[in-house]
Ligand binder design. Structure first.
Ligand code: HXC
Length: 257
């Protein structure tokens, strides 16, 4: 399938989606977000795919929501169309999504990265929520997901001053899992994605679901949910296979990928 604002390709069981509006530093407009959500849904349903990588360009992952598109909007426009509401489609995807961030991840770009499951950064990546400089605030999770990722004080500083964070700071703060040299970022992230995609899919989906649950419910409910999922995996052939393969010192042959 051809999309106007993204590029898609697959490598084995890994899908790669590249945001592709380089002239606007991959500013996120509605058509781009529609393309992205469509492609994610297609790969989520594709039995040949086990993990998805979302990346951008060398200069920008995404420099935010499209300011030209937003400038004339009114409250009533936004409210009637629930502007940004459908962006969260990204968070309804069940397979793991890895963000590979080179360059700017600002405003909606940082928020999009945070909707993914793991963020990896190139060493020249820049993160920030500079909406305050435009007379607005983050609108796609910046005040919520960033707080959960790096805590109140650091988030307040980002959101209230609009200052940027470099890759090293982002890793230290816990926003980013690991930093790689910019030139090898995608290759390194593909290795991680390939590893994830090589496991039994039910356990991968449940692992993601269980971690995400921790953001929504109190600890006792989260632990209860985790234990039920854990119990249920013993109904799969792949639990028998994985544990048998360990004992016999061989590689597991998963039935369900
Ligand atoms: C539309 C954008 C854009 C954006 C960059 N461009 N960011 N267009 N929306 N968010 C365009 C520029 O207008 C310019 O096009 C081209 O991309 C190159 O950008 P430059 O500014 O010339 O590049 P540079 O000087 O290197 O500066 C890079 C930058 C700067 C620091 C990233 O572009 C910047 O500050 N961008 C805006 C960042 C921002 O405020 N993001 C938050 C947006 S609000 P032309 O045609 O002029 O050459 C937001 C709300 C989220 O995200 C809430 C809901 C999701």
């Amino acid at each position: 399938h051809q999309y106007a604002n993204i590029l898609t390709e697959t490598k084995g069981r890994v899908a790669i989606i590249t945001l592709n509006r380089p002239d606007a530093l991959n500013a996120l407009n509605s058509p781009l977000m529609k393309d992205l959500n469509d492609a994610l849904r297609v790969y989520d349903a594709d039995e040949g795919i086990g993990a998805i990588v979302v990346t951008g360009g060398e200069k920008a992952f995404a420099a935010g929501a499209d300011i030209k598109e937003m400038q004339p909007l009114t409250f009533v426009d936004n409210y009637k169309k629930n502007f940004i509401g459908d962006w969260t489609g990204v968070t309804t995807i069940r397979k793991p999504i890895l963000a590979a961030v080179n360059g700017f991840a600002l405003g909606g770009g940082c928020e999009l990265a945070m909707m993914c499951d793991i963020i990896y950064a190139g060493d020249r990546a820049v993160f920030g929520q500079p909406e305050i400089k435009l007379g607005v605030i983050p609108g796609a999770g910046g005040t919520q997901r960033l707080t959960k990722a790096i805590g109140k004080s650091k988030t307040m500083e980002q959101v209230l001053t609009g200052k940027f964070m470099n890759a090293e700071e982002a890793e230290k703060a816990g926003l980013v899992a690991r930093v790689f040299p910019a030139a090898s970022l995608l290759e390194e992230v593909l290795k991680v994605a390939k590893t994830i995609a090589s496991y039994s899919l039910p356990s991968v989906l449940m692992a993601k679901e269980a971690v995400n649950k921790s953001f929504e419910v109190p600890l006792s409910e989260g632990l209860h949910f985790e234990r039920r999922l854990f119990h249920s995996l013993f109904a799969t052939e792949d639990q028998k296979e994985g544990m048998d393969a360990f004992q016999n010192k061989r590689k597991p042959q998963w039935k369900h990928q």
